[in-house]
Ligand binder design. Structure first.
Ligand code: GRF
Length: 190
């Protein structure tokens, strides 16, 4: 069975969704790694029997040292794919040069609304569609090659309703892309 590692920082709902749909079915989650010792996702992962490793970024002098520890932890299990799911750290070339099979999900139709508060900025825009993107992780924040996207037509909805639709789309798209990549159903990374 193919193996993945999941990186997360907060709530962990994408982690939980991926675990419930795919873990021990079409793939194995070798472990989950978080930079945040108080991430809610830690409990979610443990409840689903997934090993969690905490690598607190505050224990490192700089981003590069943190990335070195992260890379070492990932390399221990040599996963087929590294899945970022709400991982809120800017990665340096120490990570991106060593880990070339990492993907991320971003809650906007990239290349629009890169970076923080993408849902709020997308909601505040006059665009009539909104959506989510899965892309390869590169040196540029939310700028790596796009793998797949999903979108919806906007209604007259509150920010909370809009956010819920974005998350629902993430829960549909991310497992599909992860499985698809592991089964060679998407084009190779350029
Ligand atoms: C998601 O909206 C994801 O697109 C973004 O961060 C959020 C993580 O949510 N990168 P969760 O931790 O998976 O609940």
């Amino acid at each position: 069975m193919k193996r993945i590692v999941i990186l997360f920082s907060g709530n962990g709902t994408n982690l939980e969704n991926i675990a419930r749909k795919l873990h021990r079915k079409s793939l194995l989650i070798s472990k989950a790694i978080t930079n945040n010792p108080s991430a809610k996702g830690i409990e979610r992962a443990k409840r689903l029997g997934i090993e969690v490793e905490v690598i607190d970024h505050r224990n490192f002098a700089c981003r590069e040292e943190f990335d070195e520890a992260l890379v070492a932890s990932i390399k221990q299990v040599e996963p087929d794919l590294v899945v970022l799911a709400g991982f809120m750290r800017i990665l340096t070339p120490v990570f991106t040069d060593a880990i070339t099979n990492a993907i991320n999900i971003h809650p906007s139709i990239l290349p629009l609304f890169k970076g923080a508060k993408a849902i709020e900025r997308s909601y505040a825009s006059d665009m009539r569609v909104a959506g989510v993107t899965v892309h390869w992780v590169s040196n540029e924040l939310d700028g790596g090659q796009i793998i797949d996207q999903a979108c919806f037509h906007r209604e007259d909805e509150s920010l909370e309703e809009f956010e819920a639709r974005i998350h629902a789309l993430e829960y549909e798209l991310y497992p599909k892309v992860i499985e698809g990549l592991l089964q060679g159903k998407y084009p190779q990374k350029a």
